[in-house]
Design a protein. Structure first.
Length: 494
């Protein structure tokens, strides 16, 4: 029987770690391990771990010899995983009930699989998270299995069209440890980018075959708290201590072509560049930068920066664009106080929205007084079950009030999804028409230039013709030459 391991790297998050561990020890599986790597925390993490060890012997804890940055700490933690399948959880994330048994069931049907991919199903924002979604649960109630091959997913991610369809081992699915072994044999280590979650997803996609990745039902809820690393990059009011801990002791630096870390697209860009220089990217996979730069620009203009921050970030974004050969993308985007970025966005030849589907349900959880991610997991699990029931055919005469509520909820969700799909289709059609107009305008301009060349040649020909006519006229009007006596003898002409 394959061993399944949850890896939780943590640093000074005792207040959320306990809730995460509650969702892990709730898994009913004997060959399952919870591996927590404590990056020398100075809060009550040790006490929390000791408490849970006394409750569940499946919990194992390790510590690196000294405080490490995030990338190196993941490298250390993954080196302690026993053979089998692993998934990484942040210490504010949670596992859905039956996550391990679900994975085991699907693996029994596809024993050769190396990646079990569930995708992003739900996100919970703790109160105090650096986000407008603070104290909120976002959820996909309906997701059809993604049957695309891993190469197609990798190509879409490289094109900045979507991110979360890759075989993530972070919260979204399980990966076989043999993939890590292969990665070490090829590159010398497991983590080679400052953004380990993105890098491992890309590296896994590079190393496995299409048939070695399967889709499974949801397994986790992604959590965001006031100490989340992801929020610290995206939000200007996040604590600088979080990014300091992210970088402290790292032996890995940003790729020389990456400067602007406020945008998720450049986290993936860094990971793609590292995978490319290590020879992992398959042929035919091209990293596209224009959309990454444009999306970062749009996000920049939507962020309420302070005046001094705004100027510095704007310069950094221009430097970033130049490093990847996309300075032209920012032309027309205006200064940091550009009044109408939406007009600039509408004129781009490509859309900035991601193919990652939007959440169908967003709930304000403040009235529920959730205690943490373990309560959010219970809520998400109940809603997912209601969604499954609500999607089933309904016979009104036999329906209970709960059945009617589920059915109504799913119809509202379906309506919202269809509206979003129509909005996306309308946007794509508008861009198609704009592209056609631009092409027609360029073609017309080219024809005008050709016409100008023809006119210039015609004018030149007319000038030459007039000069010839004038010369001929002068020749005709000139007096005939007078005859002179020939010196030849008279008999010469006879």
């Amino acid at each position: 029987m394959e061993r399944f391991t949850i890896v939780i790297p943590t640093l000074n998050r005792c207040e959320t770690l306990a809730h995460t561990l509650e969702t892990c020890i709730a898994q009913e599986d004997e060959n399952f391990e919870i591996l927590v790597s404590d990056n020398l925390s100075t809060d009550a993490t040790a006490e929390v771990l000791e408490s849970f060890r006394s409750r569940d012997p499946r919990l194992r804890t390790v510590q690196p010899p000294q405080r490490q940055g995030m990338a190196d700490h993941w490298e250390f933690a993954l080196s302690k995983v026993e053979r089998g399948f692993f998934m990484i959880l942040g210490s504010d994330d949670g596992l859905l009930p039956g996550a391990v048994s679900t994975a085991r069931r699907h693996l029994s049907e596809s024993p050769g699989a190396k990646a079990l991919h569930a995708g992003l199903q739900a996100m919970y924002f703790y109160p105090g998270a650096y986000s407008e979604w603070s104290d909120c649960l976002q959820l996909h109630l309906t997701r059809t299995p993604d049957t695309r091959g891993v190469r197609e997913r990798l190509k879409k991610a490289a094109a900045a069209d979507e991110h979360y369809a890759l075989p993530f081992c972070y919260n979204f699915g399980w990966v076989r440890t043999s993939v890590l072994d292969d990665l070490v044999s090829r590159t010398g280590r497991r983590i080679s980018s400052l953004f380990p979650d993105s890098y491992l997803a890309i590296a896994t996609a590079c190393l496995i075959k299409d048939e070695e990745m399967i889709s499974i039902p949801p397994v986790g809820v992604l959590g965001f708290s006031g100490k989340s690393t992801g929020c610290s990059f995206a939000k200007r009011d996040a604590s600088p201590d979080i990014q300091a801990a992210f970088n402290e002791g790292n032996t890995i630096a940003l790729h020389p072509k990456i400067r602007y870390t406020e945008a998720l697209d450049f986290h993936f860009g860094d990971a793609f560049l590292r995978a490319e220089e290590l020879g992992l990217l398959p042929s035919g996979i091209t990293i596209h930068w224009e959309k990454r730069v444009a999306r970062a620009c749009a996000d920049f203009h939507k962020t309420p920066w302070q005046e001094d921050e705004s100027a510095a970030k704007w310069r950094a974004l221009h430097e970033q664009a130049a490093l990847v050969g996309c300075s032209h993308v920012l032309e027309g985007a205006g200064a940091p106080d550009f009044p109408d970025i939406s007009t600039w966005i509408s004129q781009l030849p490509y859309g900035l929205e991601s193919d990652d589907p939007p959440f169908e349900l967003s709930l304000d959880t403040a009235p529920l007084h959730l205690r943490g991610i373990h309560d959010a997991v219970k809520l998400a699990s109940g809603l997912l079950e209601a969604g499954r029931k609500g999607a089933a055919p309904l016979i009104f005469a036999e329906a209970s009030p709960a059945d009617l509520q589920n059915w109504t909820m799913m119809n509202l969700v379906q309506e919202r999804r269809e509206t979003h799909e129509k909005w996306l289709a309308a946007g794509k059609e508008l861009r198609r028409q704009l592209t056609q107009q631009e092409a027609a305008r360029a073609e017309l301009e080219a024809e005008r230039e050709k016409l100008q060349v023809i006119k210039a040649k015609l004018a030149e020909t007319k000038t030459k013709l007039n000069a010839t006519k004038q010369a001929l006229a002068r020749f005709k009007s000139a007096p005939a030459p007078s005859r002179t006596k020939s010196w030849l003898p008279k008999w010469f002409g006879s």
